[in-house]
Design a binder for this molecule. Structure first.
Ligand code: AMP
Length: 197
């Protein structure tokens, strides 16, 4: 059966780093919603500008945009052996879409929740840099006031999705506080252990 792993965790939990590593270890494609949206926001289009404005405010972009990005990801990647998603689904509409796809394609869905407290999240984001065109930069939406807004959106929209997964599919809970390698080992061990049980 094809397994789809969904990475969850508050901003700064390291879910992207861990999602990328998990996808590489499993040799399956990796869908990074935030990264795809940042590329769209940088494009010269009406949708790009709308997405950019919402991201700058720390608000979620329309579900229709995510749907089309995810469909185009599925079309351009071979997902027959599974996939890892990061930042998608992030609200109830998106989990319903994924749930429907899972039933149609006979996927097994497993959430991987990288857990850290708010203080650690804020501390990490204050120090975070990303590489854009070879240059080290800070993200506009990592400013403290926008981080607070993103964490609030996360609690309101995404925490219910995580709870829903616990009852309807499966959720692996990982402590995200230790260093990257320790967390990556814990994710891998939990995923492998899960496959055998
Ligand atoms: P991230 O890099 O995952 O923190 O995402 C950065 C921003 O992209 C978020 O603050 C949202 O504005 C937007 N975003 C990412 N994923 C989604 C999603 N699944 N649905 C709606 N908006 C999203």
């Amino acid at each position: 059966m094809t397994t789809v792993y969904l990475m969850f965790g508050p901003q700064g939990s390291g879910k992207s780093t861990q999602g990328e590593r998990l996808a590489a270890a499993l040799q399956v494609p990796y869908f990074d919603a935030g990264k795809s949206l940042r590329a769209l926001a940088a494009s010269d289009s009406d949708t790009g500008r709308q997405v950019e404005q919402l991201m700058e405010k720390g608000e979620l972009v329309p579900n229709s945009v995510l749907k089309s990005l995810f469909y185009s990801f599925m079309e351009t990647n071979n997902c027959t052996n599974g996939m890892v998603t990061d930042g998608f689904p992030r609200n109830e509409v998106q989990i319903e879409l994924l749930d429907e796809l899972a039933r149609d394609h006979h996927w097994q869905i497993i959430g991987v929740f990288i857990d850290i407290d708010d203080e650690t999240a804020k501390e990490r984001l204050a120090k975070r840099t990303i590489i854009v065109d070879g240059q080290e930069q800070t993200r506009d939406d990592d400013k403290p006031e926008i981080v607070a807004k993103r964490l609030e959106t996360y609690r309101r929209e995404t925490v219910p999705v995580i709870n829903w997964l616990k009852t309807h599919w499966q959720l692996i809970h990982i402590d995200g506080k230790p260093d990257i390698d320790t967390v990556a080992d814990a994710v891998k061990a939990a995923v492998l252990n899960n496959g055998q049980s």
